[in-house]
Every structure is written in C-alpha cells, then in structure tokens.
Design a protein around this ligand. Structure first.
Ligand code: HEC
Length: 155
C-alpha cells in the first residue's frame, strides 16, 4: 500500500511537471514566434528597403504601386509589374513562394518557355538579401493583410 502511494505520488508529480513544461514551452513559443517567424528587425527592414530601391523599384514602383494596368498583358504578351502593396497580389503567396519567385524569377518558376520582364536574382542577391527585401515588402502591409498572410504561411 505504501509503495502504491509512492508510485501514485510520483506519477502525479510527473504529470504536473509535464503540464508545467508544456505551459513553459507554449509561453516561449508565443513570445518568440511572431518576431522570429517574421524575422522583422529594424535592420533587416532597412536593408530590405535599400535592396528594394536598388533592384525592384524601377519596375514595382518606389511606393510599391506597380505599373499601370498590371493585370493586362502588354502587346508582347508579357505582364506589367504588379504592385507589392495591399492592392496587389503579392500577399496571396506565402513566404517560401515569394522567396522562390525573387530568386528564380517568374520564368524560372512557371517554366515551359514562359517569358517575364522580371529576372531571377539568384546571381545578384544572396538568400539573406532576398529574405530582407521580402521582409521589407511585408513590413509595409497593413495589419489586416499581414494577419491573412501569416495564416497562409501556416498552411
Ligand atoms: C525588370 C522589371 C522587374 C524588376 C527589376 C523586378 N520585378 Fe518583380 N515582377 C516583374 C513582373 C513583370 C512581374 C509579373 C510576373 C510575370 O511576369 O508573370 C513581377 C512579379 C513579381 C512577384 C510576383 C507577384 C505576384 O503577385 O505574383 C514578386 C514577388 C516579385 N516580382 C518580386 C520582385 C522583387 C523582390 C524584386 C527586386 C529584388 C523584383 N521583383 C524586381 C518585374 C520586375
């Protein structure tokens, strides 16, 4: 009987320890995840802004507004550059997709001889620079769009 009590007590303690540990892990995840998942530090946003101005703004616009009539193909069959702001389509793609479009270029992603005015940036920008420019683009979105985009990322 005494031994039984001992085991009971032990498993109760184990259970409590497990619950406490679980709570601790959840707490750490909740505090750490939003910042690290978005990777959004002021330095990265600033780095991304500079890269954007240098490598993306000529087509996607200084204010991320894109080119006029961006949904309609030009006479040569190519699409104009879409906006990256909330009015555009960019936020419909998760982080990984945005990274790949930037790195490989739309033609690299679509394949089958698809032509696009946008080059891939694999030879121009490092992976960290591509991540920074995407972080900058995301930092300009209103909260409502960011939340929807976060949900996309979790899928
Ligand atoms: C020479 C013009 C040009 C430059 C420079 C350029 N883009 Fe693009 N981008 C385009 C065009 C045009 C498209 C439309 C896709 C297509 O051609 O099918 C596009 C599409 C995209 C998309 C997909 C958006 C969507 O809604 O599907 C992303 C993301 C993107 N560009 C990111 C970038 C980033 C980041 C940079 C800078 C590092 C950049 N682009 C530089 C022309 C450009």
């Amino acid at each position: 009987m005494a031994q039984e009590m001992f085991f009971c007590e032990r498993s109760r303690r184990l259970l409590l320890a497990a619950i406490a540990l679980h709570a601790l892990v959840m707490l750490v995840l909740i505090t750490v995840t939003p910042a690290s998942a978005a990777g959004e530090t002021a330095e990265r946003v600033e780095l991304g802004r500079n890269i954007y101005t240098k490598h993306c703004a000529s087509c996607h616009g200084a204010k991320l507004e894109g080119q006029p009539n961006w949904r309609t193909r030009n006479a040569d069959g190519r699409l104009p550059a879409p906006p990256h702001d909330a009015s555009g389509h960019t936020w419909h793609h998760d982080d990984e997709h945005l990274f790949r479009i930037t790195k490989e270029g739309p033609a690299g992603i679509v394949g089958k001889g698809y032509v696009s005015d946008m080059p891939g940036f694999a030879d121009t920008l490092s992976d960290a620079e591509i991540e920074a420019v995407i972080t900058f683009i995301k930092s300009t979105w209103p909260e409502r769009i960011r939340k929807r985009h976060d949900r996309l990322n979790r899928r």
